[in-house]
Design a binder for this molecule. Structure first.
Ligand SMILES: NC(=O)c1ccc[n+]([C@@H]2O[C@H](COP(=O)([O-])OP(=O)(O)OC[C@H]3O[C@@H](n4cnc5c(N)ncnc54)[C@H](OP(=O)(O)O)[C@@H]3O)[C@@H](O)[C@H]2O)c1
Length: 315
């Protein structure tokens, strides 16, 4: 390993027209096996990933944001330095293309990597970098990050969907493993479907919990009492899913084929929460299929339940 002095251009800030770039003279430690990474967008994901990469031995060189204050705040978690082998764009999805174009306009080192971490965005967002000679990709954690600390704790152990240029597949695998994640490759065509599933797992779960909370609050419970009432049930179910899988975790009237109970539920919802009636019906129709897969419901009984729910939904 040897140390030498290098000249390098790095993004130093944002202005109305995009980034400001400055030329710098920096000390570079040659022979370091891990890449140097510049992070643009010091929000929850950018800050947390910067912190974890640094812990894994990467040189996190720039944490650029639109405001100096944010960049400073983020720098608490990851050192700012220079000369990126990899530029990680962790801005909001809508800003990725513009930010990438700004970087490409200033010139990208051919062969360096430009990566975003959006689940929904494709590689088209990074086309300007590819034209400038970079290898591009998206490396997306299947996780929900409410804040930086939660992101630092939850990134390790998360699975990452990787969509990258062929020649950086091995690099991307290592990058994810260095974050403590589980990598898998997803084609650009399948990415929207993959992301829809991730959104349903997280966002629709939140919506479902909100519905349950609303019903319990309408019965006189406070928000805290409502959460206390349904949380052990939810936690138990989630733990069952983790250990036994979704199909084996199914219980309840649909799994048992108790049509009378289902009818009572439908009537109660129509009387007190008609706005939630359709949600119950639609979810119930899918639940009947899970019960058939589990083997607790015959195909005929499942069809009976599905028809009932379909009829009620159309009323
Ligand atoms: N949060 C999650 O649960 C999650 C999970 C998986 C993947 N992701 C992906 O990770 C990426 C970042 O998400 P996040 O949750 O970390 O977002 P975030 O906390 O809102 O952070 C976004 C950062 O980008 C900066 N930014 C926005 N527009 C910019 C622009 N035009 N130029 C430069 N910087 C800009 C923001 O600065 P300002 O404050 O100045 O706007 C902020 O620092 C997104 O692609 C998202 O899809 C997020």
């Amino acid at each position: 390993m040897r140390t030498c002095v290098r000249k390098w251009m790095l993004p130093s800030g944002f202005g109305p027209g995009g980034f400001y770039f400055v030329e710098g003279t920096v000390l570079v430690v040659e022979g370091n096996p891990k890449d140097s990474v510049a992070i643009i967008g010091p929000g929850k994901v950018g800050t947390a990933v910067g912190h974890l990469l640094r812990k894994a031995g990467y040189r996190v060189e720039v944490l650029a944001g639109r405001t100096e204050g944010l960049a400073r705040k983020a720098a608490r978690f990851a050192d700012a330095a220079v000369r990126p082998d990899c530029i990680l764009i962790t801005t909001t999805d809508d800003a990725i293309r513009t930010v990438c174009e700004s970087i490409a306009k200033e010139g990208i080192r051919p062969g360096s990597k430009v990566i975003h971490m959006s689940g929904a965005g494709g590689l088209d967002l990074l086309e300007s970098a590819r034209r400038a000679g970079a290898c591009v990709g998206s490396i997306h954690p299947i996780q929900s990050f409410a804040d930086v600390q939660c992101a630092i704790e939850n990134i390790p152990g998360s699975t990452f969907g990787i969509t990258v240029d062929e020649n950086i597949r091995d690099w991307a695998l290592q990058f994810v493993r260095d974050l403590g994640g589980y990598p898998f490759f997803i084609s650009e065509t399948d990415k929207p479907l993959y992301h829809a599933a991730a959104c349903m797992a997280s966002n629709y779960l939140v919506t479902l919990m909100h519905i349950v909370e609303r019903i319990y609050r309408s019965l006189g419970l406070s928000r805290e009492e409502a959460v206390r009432a349904f949380w052990p049930l939810v936690k138990g179910t989630i733990l069952n899913i983790e250990t036994k899988g979704a199909v084996q975790s199914l219980t309840g009237p649909i799994a048992r084929g108790d049509v009378g109970t289902i009818e009572k539920h439908l009537q109660a919802l129509l009387d007190k929460h008609p706005e939630l009636h359709d949600v119950y019906c639609l979810n119930g129709m899918h639940t009947a299929e899970v019960a058939v897969e589990k083997g607790t419901l015959t195909a005929q009984k499942a069809q009976e339940i599905r028809s009932l729910l379909e009829r009620r939904r159309e009323r």
